[in-house]
Design a protein around this ligand. Structure first.
Ligand code: ZN
Length: 508
C-alpha cells in the first residue's frame, strides 16, 4: 500500500471549494425566496437556510481545517502568489469564525428574524417604541459580538471589518468627514438655484411592461447577456452571484416614476458585472468572492447607475430609444432636458430615493449615530430625536414622523451595524476609479455617446474585476485608484457636472 502523499494545500482547496458551493446554494435559496417562492414557504425556507448555514459553519471551523491550514502554512507558497493570499485569507476567516461562540451566532440570527417583522409593523404604524426593545437586544448582542475579538482600536472596528476587511473606524471617519465637509457647501449652493432643474418629466404614466422592454434593451446593449444573466422583479432590488456564467439581478417598476426601476437595474447591473468579471481561475476559491469590500463592490454599482447612467454622453446614445418607448410622455423633452432631469439635486427624507449629491450625507448621519450607540454615548430611546436633529443639520429637512425618519431602513433591525459607511465609501471609490478610467481612456465620452461601453468594461475588468480578491481591499484600492481612499475626485466630478447643470459660477 502506497501511503497518501501529503498535500495539505490541495486538500484544503477541496474543502474550501465545497464551502464556496454551499455558500452559493445558500445564495440561490435566498434568491428563490425573494423572486419565486410563494409567501407561505418562508417557514420551511428559514429551516433550510439555517441548516445549510450551520453545516457550512461547522465544516469551516472544524479542527480538520485548522490542521490542514497549519500544515499548508508549514510549506509556505511563494510570497505574493494566489496560494499565499488564499492561505492568509483562510487563516483570517478561520480565526474570526472560531472566536464567536455558536450560541451567540444562533441568538443573533434568531433576534434578527424576530426584529424584522417588528420593524415592518413599526414602520407601517410609525411606532418607534414597538421596535425599541428589539433594537436594544440587537445592539446588546452586537456588543457581545465585539467582545469576542481583541486587537481593535475602538469597538466599531470589529463591526466595520465584517463589511470592509481591514478598514479602521478612525480612517473611515476621516474619509467620510472630509466627504461631508466638501459636500455641504456644494449642496447649499445648488439649493440656492433649485429652480434651475425641472424633473417633472420623470413623473407621469410609465407602464411597467414598457419600462421593462426598454431596460432589457439597454442592459443588453451594455453587456447583459441572456445566456449568463437574469433580470427579475422584487420589492427590494439586489444582485446575486451564484457561479460563473450565472449573474442574477432584480429591480422594481414604479409606474408613476421613470427614475426608479431603470436606475435600480443599472445599479444591480454594476454589482453583477463585478462578480461576473472575476477571473474564472479563481472560481470555487475564496479569492473569487469579491464581497470582502462592500466599498469596492458598491463603487461599481454606483459607477454604472450614476457616473455612467446619469452622464450626458450615455443619454446622448440611449435617449432616442427611450423616447421611442414613451413617445407621448417624452415627446416634449430632448436628450439634454432628460439629462438635466435625472441629475436633479433635492435634499429629501428617504435615503434610497436620495440623489447622487445628498445621498452620502444620509450615510454620514447613520455612521455617526451608529458609533455613538455602540459606545453608549447615545441611548436607543433618544435615537429618533438625534436622527431628526441630524437631518435638519445636514440636509435642512424636517422629519415629520419616524416612518420617514429613523424607521426607514431595515439594517439596524436586522442587526447590521457597521454596514452603512460602505455605501458612501462606494461613492468615494467610484469617483477615484472614474478619474483613473478617464485618464487612461481619453475617448471615453465619445465611446459612450456612440453606445460603446465595451472599452470601459474591458478596462474595469482588467483594472479591477479580474483580480477578484487577490489582494486585501486597501491594496486593491491603491492599485486601481493610484492612492488611498480620497473623497476629492468624487466631489470634483459632482461639482463639475452639477455646477454646469445648475449654472454655478456663472456657467450653464
Ligand atoms: Zn448596491
Amino acid at each position: 500500500v502506497v501511503p497518501p502523499v501529503s498535500r495539505p494545500l490541495e486538500d484544503l482547496k477541496v474543502r474550501l471549494a465545497e464551502l464556496v458551493d454551499l455558500g452559493r446554494i445558500a445564495v440561490l435559496l435566498q434568491w428563490d425566496q425573494q423572486t419565486k417562492m410563494p409567501p407561505r414557504g418562508s417557514g420551511s425556507r428559514a429551516d433550510q437556510r439555517a441548516t445549510l448555514g450551520r453545516i457550512s459553519h461547522e465544516r469551516f471551523v472544524s479542527v480538520e481545517v485548522g490542521r490542514l491550514l497549519e500544515a499548508a502554512e508549514a510549506q509556505p507558497p511563494e510570497e505574493g502568489s494566489d496560494d499565499a493570499e488564499l492561505l492568509r485569507l483562510t487563516r483570517r476567516h478561520w480565526e474570526k469564525a472560531r472566536r464567536v461562540p455558536t450560541e451567540l451566532r444562533v441568538e443573533i440570527t434568531r433576534a434578527a428574524s424576530l426584529a424584522i417583522p417588528a420593524w415592518t409593523e413599526a414602520r407601517e404604524r410609525s411606532d418607534y417604541p414597538l421596535l425599541l426593545p428589539h433594537l436594544e437586544q440587537g445592539l446588546e448582542l452586537r456588543q457581545r459580538y465585539v467582545e469576542c475579538f481583541d486587537g481593535y482600536d475602538e469597538p466599531y472596528d470589529v463591526l466595520l471589518d465584517d463589511f470592509e476587511e481591514g478598514l479602521r473606524t478612525a480612517r473611515a471617519r476621516e474619509v467620510l468627514g472630509q466627504l461631508r465637509d466638501l459636500l455641504r457647501p456644494l449642496i447649499a449652493a445648488l439649493a440656492e438655484r433649485a429652480d434651475a432643474v425641472d424633473a417633472s418629466v420623470l413623473h407621469g404614466r410609465y407602464p411597467a411592461g414598457a419600462q421593462r422592454a426598454f431596460v432589457e434593451r439597454l442592459l443588453t446593449g451594455i453587456g447583459f447577456n441572456r445566456d449568463s444573466w437574469r433580470l427579475d422583479v422584487t420589492a427590494h432590488p439586489f444582485a446575486s452571484h451564484t457561479g460563473h456564467g450565472d449573474a442574477r439581478i432584480t429591480t422594481r417598476w414604479d409606474e408613476s416614476y421613470l427614475g426608479s426601476g431603470l436606475f435600480a437595474a443599472l445599479h444591480e447591473f454594476g454589482h453583477g458585472l463585478y462578480d461576473d468579471g472575476v477571473d474564472p481561475a479563481l472560481e470555487r476559491t475564496p479569492l473569487g468572492d469579491v464581497t470582502a469590500s462592500m466599498a469596492l463592490h458598491e463603487s461599481q454599482s454606483r459607477l454604472w447607475e450614476n457616473v455612467v447612467g446619469r452622464s450626458r454622453s450615455f443619454w446622448c446614445h440611449w435617449y432616442g430609444a427611450l423616447r421611442e418607448t414613451f413617445p407621448e410622455q417624452l415627446g416634449g423633452t430632448d436628450a439634454e432636458g432628460f439629462y438635466r432631469a435625472v441629475n436633479q439635486v433635492r435634499p429629501s427624507l428617504i435615503r434610497v430615493e436620495a440623489d447622487e449629491a445628498t445621498y452620502s450625507l444620509h450615510i454620514v448621519l447613520r455612521f455617526e449615530l451608529e458609533q455613538e450607540l455602540l459606545e453608549g454615548r447615545l441611548s436607543l430611546a433618544d435615537l429618533p430625536e438625534a436622527w431628526n436633529a441630524g437631518m435638519l443639520e445636514y440636509l435642512g429637512v424636517e422629519v415629520p414622523d419616524d416612518a420617514s425618519g429613523v424607521l426607514q431602513d431595515i439594517h439596524w433591525a436586522s442587526g447590521a451595524f457597521g454596514y452603512f459607511p460602505t455605501y458612501a465609501l462606494g461613492n468615494v471609490v467610484a469617483g477615484q476609479v472614474w478619474a483613473r478610467a478617464r485618464g487612461e481612456l481619453p475617448d471615453l465620452d465619445e465611446q459612450l455617446a456612440a453606445g460603446d461601453t465595451a472599452t470601459l468594461r474591458a478596462w474595469l475588468c482588467n483594472a479591477l474585476y479580474r483580480d477578484g480578491r487577490r489582494r486585501p481591499p486597501a491594496k486593491t484600492i491603491e492599485r486601481v485608484c493610484g492612492g488611498p481612499m480620497d473623497p476629492k475626485p468624487f466631489v470634483d466630478y459632482l461639482a463639475g457636472k452639477l455646477g454646469e447643470i445648475y449654472g454655478l459660477n456663472g456657467a450653464g
